[in-house]
Ligand binder design. Structure first.
Ligand code: HEM
Ligand SMILES: [Cu+2]
Length: 545
């Protein structure tokens, strides 16, 4: 692996790179009117992690309430509003837009050898829609108060509550279009803008993951849009489509909501899975095991993922047939996910592993994702789900998968690609120790929730029975340890990207196209259009082992 060449003199990293303002534009306008995919990716990065910070603060407050039973800190109403906003912010403003709009926007065109995405102005519009939608959601704070329904906005309560559900739901509706337009842009880019020689089976696995995700964004998101619009129309005009008293059906809402929201979990997890393949190939110095199987498993997960939404409704009164079918299909999804995990482990076998921070994040992901996945199988089986649904077991399950899986890899991807984006390196020791601290805090925070849920602790309650006190307190302390690690990680990354030692084109010895460009990349990514001849993740020395 090429050692970092740190040049003696301090020369500006900006010159000639996308960070240099063009056409005499200065300051913020050079950013918010730019159609450059790299700049739009960074605009999203700033917005998303600002919302993530808000979401974390809300999460910490939710935990603080549990320091002792009896709801000492917040009223029941305030607690309901807290977990609703926490869920809405984390799901709709952070993890669903997530990796595609930030690192996908920045690296997709470069990884396929293109100058930009297919529709640069549409890309900028999708960012505006994201910002406008987020602001509309938050205005609920000042207009009738924060919604108190939970992030799922279940009827009939969301039709009755006097809080700002209408405006919040309308905000989510707007943000949804940002997701649809991003999917459309990426799909067209991958089909039309690949460099000469970049055939489908020469594409990096991150690009395959974004491709599968784009299909889910385009097909599933309109279902959520219609459903939320029906909530708005029902609240404003009294349309009875979800009200039993008016001849409507409240369970229909649950079907429509999860027909989007379950495939949406694959919008959250497929891009991180693509990045795991990238990082493993780079830090094991091996050609990835089962490239085609991994690529196809992304499409298989996206497809089967449309067919399992009913596993969120095993106690909603569906027929036994429906229960059995949805439970069976839920197990089916585990197969392509298992293929990925198996191929990742096989790729590490006999690899010469370089345990750099991005790779350590993949190790943490492997443990947390598997705990999340296996607990998902427990929830997918009818007999146990009837016992565990709507308890802390579910809260632990989705935090392990979404946060421990998806978001930990988002952090790992920042450690992998920020040196490329800003041309400077962070402190690797601090990065590794911050991860160790976060891994411990995370498990202290969420693992007790599996146990409490199994013992009957319901989710969304502002108080609890004395028998849960010890475990609630362990979980609260875990949340503080986790947040301490998060702060150290962010400070280290931001300081490193602004002041850290310079890096060359390829600090990690990666083999995909972005590592052939300067760090940071130039405006048009490549001086001359690259011609691709190599298989992805081609490692000469690996072939001799
Ligand atoms: C330090 C970080 C975090 C903490 C301390 C935290 C804590 C919590 C707690 C305690 C609840 C359960 C509230 C209850 O049912 O009584 C909750 C719910 C939830 N969390 Fe988190 N969380 C964190 C990060 C995240 C992340 C990163 C995501 C997703 C990307 C997320 C998504 C959710 C969702 C969707 C809910 C369900 C809200 C509802 O019931 O409507 N959380 N969180
Ligand atoms: Cu689901």
């Amino acid at each position: 692996m090429a050692e970092l060449a740190i040049p003696p003199q301090e020369e500006s990293v900006v010159e000639g790179s996308y960070l240099e303002n063009l056409n005499g534009r200065k300051g913020i306008t050079a950013w918010i009117f730019s159609t450059d995919h790299k700049r739009i990716g960074i605009l999203y990065l700033i917005a998303l992690f600002s919302f993530f910070s808000v979401g974390v603060i809300l999460g910490i407050l939710l935990r603080l309430e549990m320091l002792s039973p009896g709801g000492k800190l917040f009223s029941p109403q305030a607690y309901n509003a807290l977990f609703t906003l926490h869920g809405v912010v984390m799901i709709f403003l952070f993890v669903i837009p997530g990796i595609p709009v930030t690192l996908g926007n920045f690296f997709l065109p470069i990884q396929i050898g293109a100058k930009d995405v297919a529709f640069p102005r549409l890309n900028l519009l999708s960012w505006y829609l994201y910002v406008i939608g987020s602001i509309v959601i938050l205005t609920a704070l000042f207009w009738r108060g924060l919604p108190d329904t939970g992030w799922t906005f279940y009827v009939p309560y969301s039709l009755r509550t006097t809080t700002g559900v209408t405006i919040a739901v309308f905000g989510v509706f707007i943000v949804g279009f940002s997701s649809i337009l991003t999917g459309l842009n990426f799909l067209t880019t991958i089909h039309r803008l690949r460099a000469p020689g970049m055939t489908w089976f020469k594409m990096p696995l991150f690009v395959w993951a974004l491709y599968a995700t784009a299909w889910v964004q385009i097909i599933a998101t309109p279902v959520l849009a219609i459903t939320l619009l029906l909530i708005v129309i029902s609240r404003v005009f009294g349309l009875g489509i979800f009200s039993a008293a008016a001849g409507g059906d409240p369970v229909l809402y649950q079907h429509l909501f999860w027909i989007y929201s379950h495939p949406a979990v694959y919008i959250m997890i497929l891009p991180p899975m693509g990045i795991v393949s990238e990082i493993i190939a780079t830090f094991t110095h091996r050609t990835i095991f089962g490239y085609k199987a991994i690529a196809m498993s992304s499409l298989a997960i996206a497809f089967i993922g449309y067919l399992v939404w009913g596993h969120h409704m095993f106690v909603a009164g569906m027929s036994q047939q429906a229960d059995f079918i949805f439970s069976f299909l839920t197990f089916l999804v585990a197969i392509p996910s298992g293929i990925k995990v198996f191929n990742w482990v096989a790729s590490m076998y006999k690899g010469s592993i370089d345990p750099q921070p991005p790779f350590l994040y993949v190790m943490a992901f492997m443990v947390l994702f598997c705990i999340g996945g296996l607990s998902g199988l427990v929830l997918g089986s009818l007999a146990t789900d009837v016992h565990l649904t709507a308890t802390y077991f579910v809260v632990a399950h989705f935090h392990y998968i979404i946060f421990g899986g998806g978001v930990f890899i988002f952090f790992g991807a920042l450690h992998y690609w920020l040196p490329k984006m800003f041309g400077r390196m962070y402190n690797k020791k601090i990065a590794s120790w911050a991860l160790v601290d976060m891994f411990m805090g995370f498990n202290l925070l969420y693992f007790p929730m599996f146990v409490m849920g199994y013992e009957g602790m319901p989710r969304r309650y502002f108080t609890y029975l004395p028998q849960f006190e010890t475990m609630q307190r362990i979980s609260v302390v875990g949340s503080w340890i986790l947040v301490a690690g998060l702060i150290v990680m962010f400070v280290n990354l931001i300081h490193g990207s602004m002041k850290g030692p310079r890096v060359g084109n390829n600090p990690w010895g990666g083999t995909t196209l972005e590592w052939s460009t300067p760090s940071p990349p130039p405006h048009e990514n490549f001086e001359t259009e690259p011609v691709v001849t190599q298989e992805p993740y081609y490692h000469e020395e690996a072939l001799t082992k």
